[in-house]
Design a protein around this ligand. Sequence first.
Ligand SMILES: [Zn+2]
Length: 319
Amino acid sequence: MEAIFTADGHCDTMLRIMNDPEYDFFSENKNGHLDLPRLQKGGVGLQVMALFVESKFKPFQALPRTLEMAGAFHGLIDSNRENLSLITSREELNNLGKNPGKTGLLLALEGGEALCSTLSLYSFFKLGLRLVTLTWNQRNQLADGVGETCTGGGLTRLGREIVGEMNRLGIGVDVSHLSEKSFWDVAQVCEKPLIASHSNAFSVCNHPRNLKDEQITAIVESGGIIGINFSSYFLNGTKGSSIEDVLNHIDYIIEGWGFDFVGMGSDFDGIGFTPVELKDVTRFPVLARELITRYGKSNAEKIMGANWLMVLDKILPSS
Ligand SMILES: [Zn+2]
């Protein structure tokens, strides 16, 4: 079967690249959820690569650590331009999929600890940064994350400035991991589509990392996207899950809000327990097949990749 163009909105593979000496991105590995050969097998034409800074570096070593990780990210692309390309503009986005076997990588930051001002954001923009998850679970200088519930804090003054500058430059605003108060603050000030790169539906699985119906509506009304997270905990609240759990979240969003606002946000290499049928990126075609059966080819194409391209086209700058 011809692979459907797939876009995945979140993975933590850069963390593996930094920390796992057994792992080589350019070979097929036994450990980890993805590498170049497996991205190609899975038909992944666009992979968002997040820079996630481990807690031990926060807050004071977050900037040097983020710069190291950005260096490692660019090193990957520079060492294999035949198979990899950096996606920073609408034009580069539109060229995706024309060259099968070539994967576009989009640079993201998971947690804004390294962003101390709009000028430092501009430096990262020049390094190719095109998506920022404002917080991880804890509080930072931009906003409160979902784990910081007792004070009810939202988006800070700096956070508002940074979101405004992200809108102006063409960097996506990612609301996954935000506290509810932060989410609603961002929804109020953000002028571009809202992205929840790796979150599921709370009504299907009541995990605090998932999105309430009103939050899904706000994302849909902004023209944004929800990337479905493959963590078993966010799918059904347990360690064990199946492809049916993924389909339940997709079905729920489609039934309530249509076909245009849901995509992939696997969280591969950032999660311990995946659905049994979706153990790594090579299994995306298994999900695509299920979606074709349920919803037909053109809707399956939207969910597997085209919706991500559509939303990024509304956000990224022209080159
Ligand atoms: Zn995450």
